[in-house]
Design a protein around this ligand. Structure first.
Ligand code: PXG
Length: 289
């Protein structure tokens, strides 16, 4: 496996960063998870825009123009002979000292691109739907660490994931500080009721899969799509619930906190959106082979 590290393609064993890297010491950095489908990197420009927005807020100067970053992603896929795969793009603050002050990181940020095969939820979870729970850990307050920041500091989500693991379920619903549904640990959430598709307005990452699914629901399916406040009560009484994310794509949810959703099976809107989503993944992105 070849890894892109600071402008060079190096073997996996040689892809190393310093123990003084602030990405390691403090989670001080940013990342993206991106997918390629049949020689197209789905929504690559949107992922790069989101990455640069995170870096802008964190005051990390990436040092590469966006089109150079796009070229680096494509180069990494080609170097690994991948037409389909998962790409992890990581920017760290770079090497500093043992203090947290980012001004001590005087060199360049470290830029890492890993391209690998994707690991997915088992196929039966798409067929039967997920059982999930709401967990006690609330999503970060937007004025503490804004959930819009895809930073390397993922402890908020990891603590929630541990609670999901302890409950024996594959994902967890996180509420925001006001008690409204925010998102899951690595996925956005949607509900469908009375022909309206709803997804949380606040407390969540603006997922790229989420945006694509909202466009399909409002476009091809001509449904009313709303970004709004959602309570657990509304989720429990929805006709359909599903999650979206780069890795999971769209995955149905059939039970939340012991409450059966709809008729307990993946619903028609979810399945139709999944079909449409599969079509756009091979079209809507940067073609490279
Ligand atoms: N919310 C959060 C908190 C995420 O981290 C999503 C939503 C979905 O966004 P996209 O843009 O992918 O539609 C994410 C992204 C994992 C894992 O191992 C998940 C993400 C990133 C890295 C790892 O589950 N999700």
């Amino acid at each position: 496996m070849k890894i892109y590290l600071n402008g060079k393609m190096v073997e996996k064993e040689q892809a190393r960063v310093s123990v003084f890297d602030h990405g390691l010491l403090y989670g001080d950095g940013a990342f993206e998870g991106i997918r390629a489908y049949g020689g197209v990197v789905f929504k690559l420009k949107e992922h790069i825009d989101r990455l640069y927005e995170t870096c802008h807020t964190m005051m990390i100067n990436v040092g590469l123009a966006k089109d150079e970053m796009i070229a680096a992603v494509v180069e990494t896929l080609k170097a690994n002979d991948l037409r389909d795969g998962y790409i992890r793009l990581v920017i760290t603050r770079g090497d500093g000292d043992l203090g947290l002050d980012p001004r001590k990181c005087k060199g360049s940020p470290n830029i890492i691109i890993i391209a690998d095969k994707i690991t997915l939820y088992p196929e039966e979870m798409y067929r039967n739907g997920l059982t999930i729970v709401t967990v006690p850990t609330v999503r970060n307050h937007p004025e503490a660490i804004n959930p819009q920041l895809k930073s390397l500091n993922y402890l908020n989500n990891i603590l929630a994931k541990i609670e999901a693991n302890n409950a024996g379920v594959p994902e967890a619903i996180m509420l925001d500080g006001s008690g409204y549904v925010a998102e899951c640990t690595g996925d956005n959430i949607f509900m469908v009721k009375d022909g309206v598709v709803k997804t949380p307005l606040q407390g969540r990452l603006r997922g790229i899969t989420r945006d694509a699914v909202m466009a399909l629901a409002g476009g091809e399916l001509d449904l009313d799509v709303q970004e709004t406040l959602i309570t657990r009560h509304e989720l429990y009484n929805a006709e359909e619930v599903f999650l979206t994310g780069t890795a999971a794509e769209l995955i149905p949810v059939v039970k939340i906190d012991g409450r059966v959703i709809g008729d307990g099976k993946p619903g028609p809107v979810t399945l139709e959106l999944l079909k449409l989503f599969h079509e756009v993944t091979r079209k809507d992105g940067v073609k490279f082979s």
